[in-house]
Each structure stands twice: as C-alpha cells, then as structure tokens.
Write a protein that binds this ligand. Structure first.
Ligand SMILES: Cc1ncc(COP(=O)(O)O)c(C=O)c1O
Length: 402
C-alpha cells in the first residue's frame, strides 16, 4: 500500500484526542455532560416535516432542492442571514459577502485553504475548540495558545504573541466560548478587531453560540469593529436550527470572498441544497422567533440547574463559569485532582456513571495545562438528571479530596 501523507500523523493525534474525549459517551446508563449537541427537544422535527411536505414538490422548490445549486448558497437563505441574523445584532452586510457553507466548521477549512502554508502560525485561545485545532493541524499550521481569563482572550498576551510569532491568523470564539462558556468583553472585541489591520493578520471570529443568549445583554461581534476587512465572521445554523443539516455561513469582505468562491468550488461545489431550502423556509414562514424563545427558555433552565448543583455539590474552592448562553460551563477543581483520571473513574464507578470532557485535551500546549479542568455540557440533559449527575460526581470529587 502507498504511504499515507505526512499530515495524517498530526490529524490522527487530534482525532485520537477527540475519540478519547467522547469515547465513553454511548453508554445508555451514563449521565453524559460530554457532547456539545443541542437538546433533542430543540430540533424542530415537526416543523421541518410540515415544510418538507409542502415545498418538496415539483411545482414548488422540489427541483431546486435536488438540482445543483449556487456556489455561494441559496439566495433567500443568504438574505435571511443578512436581515434576520446579522442586522438585528448590529452588523450591516451585503448578501454578496455571505457564503453558505457545510456547517460552521467548513469556515475553518476554507480559511486555511486561503491562507495557511505548512508551518504558518495560528494563535488560538488557551483552551480552544478541538475540532478547529484538528483542521489547523490538517493544514500543518503551528497552533500557539493565547491566555484567557474570565473576560475571554487576553488582548495583551495576544498582541505580544502577534509581535513574536507573526501569525497568519488569530482564531477566536468570542461568545459563550467552547469549551469555557466565557464571553469576550466589548472593549476586548474592539481591540482585537484593531489588531487585524494594525498587524495585518486575519481575525477568524467563530461565533456559533451568539444567537443562544438567555441572560445578559447582546454584544456586537468583533466584525462590527473591523475597519480594514481583516475580520472574517463564521457562524452556524447547528445550534439554532439543526446540526445534522450541516449549515453555516461566512461573512467576509469582497477580496476574501472572491478567493473563498474559488476554494469552495474546488472543495465541494456548493452546500447541499435540500437543507438550505428547508432552513430558508423555516425562517420565511416565521417559525424562528418562537423556536428561538423555546430553546433559550430550555437552556436557561438547564444552565440554572447546572450552576445551582455545582455550587451545592462540588467542593469548596471549585471555580466555575456562569455562562449567559450557549451549552457549556467550565470547572476548575481544587485539591490537585486530575480530571482525565477522574473521568476514567466516574464513567466506570457504578455509583457515579457520569461523563464530562476532561480539560487537558482543549489546550494546544500539551504540557498538562488544564489537567484540573473540565468542560460540562448541560444542553442535552434535563434538569432532574443534571442535579442527580452533579450530586454523584460532586460526591466522588469530595471523597477524593478528603
Ligand atoms: C466553537 C465552535 N465552532 C464551530 C462549531 C461548528 O459547528 P457546525 O460545524 O456543527 O456548524 C462548533 C460546534 O460545536 C463549535 O463549538
């Protein structure tokens, strides 16, 4: 057999981390705070069935749904992005600058195709989203971590590292960050946008959680402060409509969009038409506002149950993030507990049977950083199970500390 390409070793390393992170989560007896999937109650199954029955017909949009489509995406879905998702959040955009992509993740892939040569540096938050790092690895980029605190990516450390490493790209998840649930402050958003032009670096703003805010006040995206076109905004329909539909979008300036057009054409011609049409009709038929309210109410209740339970059952000295939206909180444990070992024990112990994601795998440093941390996802677990799971996990942690 021919030898596999060099890049596979880097990709396999990240894929194994992901496998390890999610491996234990198929056990039906387990209470899993592991995966980041939306709640099944948040998927608009009945609405989509009704839409499909109505529009997937020859005399409506059936032919369009099954035919080749436009590289940039369905025109009406792009208009919806501009008018219903960006404008109300303070971002003015032209339809020509929106591309519909195969899930938000494709943005990372396409941007790497545009900019990354092997060895180029990408600065990422420390910790960062493992799947994006896996894509950066595939392009043989060198990922370097930037410090974070409760207010998100630290712009002082970012500026220092931009000067030091001359990166091609800065990858930032500003709102209800994965894995920490933290949100970048407005002041920091402004500064990071300025760095784009000042240091001639692409700011890749990945913002798939911003639309599921259920407390606090909306913040303008970094893109809203971008005066030079260096910020590229990526977003996803996974959390507000359906992850299985694999839909997302990119907002970029004319010059970047022209290159994205070429990269998208070469990669997969265009995003699947069928989900684009179902999603566009979901918005056009006015289902989104009620659906949006329903999912925010659902996740707010789960967030409250989670934070209350952590505060009640985890040991003194535990630090946790109170997220105003999204699906995750991040916990730092006291007492030198290693969460990778804790996870192995908590999924096996019949009195616990609780999964979460150990923190270490989210750090590109690979030096044990974050080994007392855990990402806890509450989106797909009902409140009673949240309380039960956190009580059992808390008991195990307290016993270990003793
Ligand atoms: C930070 C971040 N970016 C991007 C994505 C991509 O989502 P998708 O490809 O499902 O649209 C996710 C999904 O979990 C995410 O957490």
């Amino acid at each position: 057999m021919p030898e596999f390409a060099e890049r596979m070793s880097a990709m396999e390393k990240s894929a194994n981390v992901i496998k390890g992170l999610f491996g234990a989560m198929n056990d039906p007896d387990l209470i899993s705070f592991g995966g980041g999937a939306p709640a099944f109650e948040a998927l608009p199954v009945d609405i989509v069935r009704e839409i499909a029955n109505d529009v997937i017909r020859k005399d409506k949009r059936g032919v369009e749904a099954l035919q080749y489509g436009n590289v940039m995406g369905a025109e009406d879905l792009r208009q919806i992005v501009v008018k219903e998702l960006l404008q109300p959040k303070g971002v003015e955009a032209k339809v020509e600058n929106i591309m519909i992509i195969n899930g938000g993740l494709e943005a990372m892939n396409l941007l790497c195709q545009l900019y990354i040569e092997p060895g180029d540096v990408i600065l990422v938050e420390s910790p960062s989203f493992v799947h994006s790092v896996e894509i950066f690895d595939m392009f043989e980029a060198k990922c370097i971590g930037v410090d974070m605190d409760d207010e998100g990516m630290d712009p002082d450390d970012l500026e220092k590292k931009i000067k030091l490493y001359k990166p091609k790209m800065v990858y930032v998840i500003p709102t209800f960050h994965n894995p920490t649930g933290r949100t970048l402050t407005l002041e920091r958003r402004k500064r990071i946008a300025e760095f784009g032009g000042k240091y001639d670096v692409i700011i890749l703003e990945d913002d798939p959680y911003r639309d599921i805010r259920y407390s606090g006040r909306d913040l303008l995206p970094i893109k809203a402060f971008d005066k030079t076109g260096h910020t590229v905004l990526a977003n996803s329909f996974s959390k507000i409509f359906s992850p299985g539909s694999r839909l997302g979008y990119i907002l970029a300036n004319d010059a970047i969009m022209q290159k994205l057009f070429a990269a998208k054409t070469a990669t997969n011609s265009h995003t699947s038409m069928l989900p684009q049409i179902l999603c566009a009709e979901f918005f056009k038929r006015g289902y989104y506002p009620n659906h949006h309210k329903m999912i925010c109410d659902l996740y707010r209740e789960r967030r409250d149950a989670m934070i209350e339970s952590i505060d009640k059952f985890f040991p003194e000295g535990t630090k946790r993030v109170f997220p105003d939206g999204g699906l995750f909180t991040w916990v730092e444990l006291p007492g030198g507990i290693n969460t990778t070992e804790l996870l192995a024990e908590s999924v096996k112990n019949p009195d616990v049977k609780v999964a979460f994601v150990a923190g270490e795998g989210f750090f590109v440093e690979g030096d044990g950083k974050g080994n007392n941390c855990m990402r806890i996802s509450y989106g797909s677990v009902p409140p009673e199970k949240i309380k039960m799971g956190i009580k059992r996990l808390g008991k195990l942690i307290c016993e270990k500390i003793k």
